[in-house]
Unconditional design. Structure first.
Length: 218
């Protein structure tokens, strides 16, 4: 007997070989994907809106995460014509995160983009504290980052994503086949700004970001 599988947050379910296509997963697995690679350039844009004079932006990436090279490539493409130098820094353990921020300071980075990653999400408080300590405006993909002290986050609501995944479990329990349920993508993206962190960094939040924000954490 095959046990049906519903994933709640997959970065690239087709590229990872989980499903044949988003519309027709086939097999015994389906669920909900996340938008990460396409959002990475938006994160750079947001940092430049917050601090227009940025010239050197670090990108914290995990060498074990499959889609991080694609995300870095998209950020570099978005940086063309902006005069911003992109500085990739790798980490896969808490100590390596510490070392990564030391490297950012050595390379005179002025801000940091935290690529979407399960391990980074677990270490989001460590990352936010290091970013503030090094006076680096920071941006991540999920609201949990901003809640933990990262300056900004822009992406899908993960809690909502998993609630939606539960509806697929319900459908399967009522007889639906996983392979017939299309992989769904996020329907809403949220911008969160941590006002406390902005004050700690001496930054004034631009009106354009305030208007767009779903939540400002004070």
């Amino acid at each position: 007997m095959k046990i049906p599988i519903v994933f709640g947050s997959a970065g690239d379910p087709v590229g990872s070989g989980f499903v044949k296509s988003l519309a027709h997963p086939g097999g015994n697995i389906t669920g909900f994907s996340v938008i990460t690679s396409d959002l990475a350039p938006k994160h750079l844009e947001m940092l430049l809106t917050m601090a227009p004079k940025l010239a050197r932006v670090a990108v914290l990436m995990n060498p074990t995460t499959e889609n991080h090279p694609t995300m870095l490539k998209n950020i570099r493409a978005a940086s063309l014509g902006t005069g911003v130098k992109i500085l990739p820094v790798e980490a896969r353990t808490p100590q390596e995160i510490e070392n990564a921020f030391s490297m950012m300071a050595h390379d005179k980075a002025q801000a940091v983009i935290v690529l979407a990653d399960g391990f980074f999400n677990q270490q989001r408080r460590q990352i936010s504290e290091l970013a503030i300590r090094n006076r680096l405006p920071s941006v991540g993909s999920f609201g949990e980052y901003a809640e933990a002290g990262v300056l900004m986050s822009y992406g899908q609501n993960q809690a909502d994503q998993y609630r939606r995944a539960a509806t697929y479990v319900d459908k399967i329990l009522k007889g639906a086949k996983p392979g017939d349920l299309p992989v769904e993508q996020p329907t809403k993206l949220e911008l969160l700004i941590n006002g406390k962190t902005a004050k700690a960094l001496g930054l004034t939040i631009p009106q354009s970001l305030l208007i767009s924000a779903d939540k400002v954490i004070e």
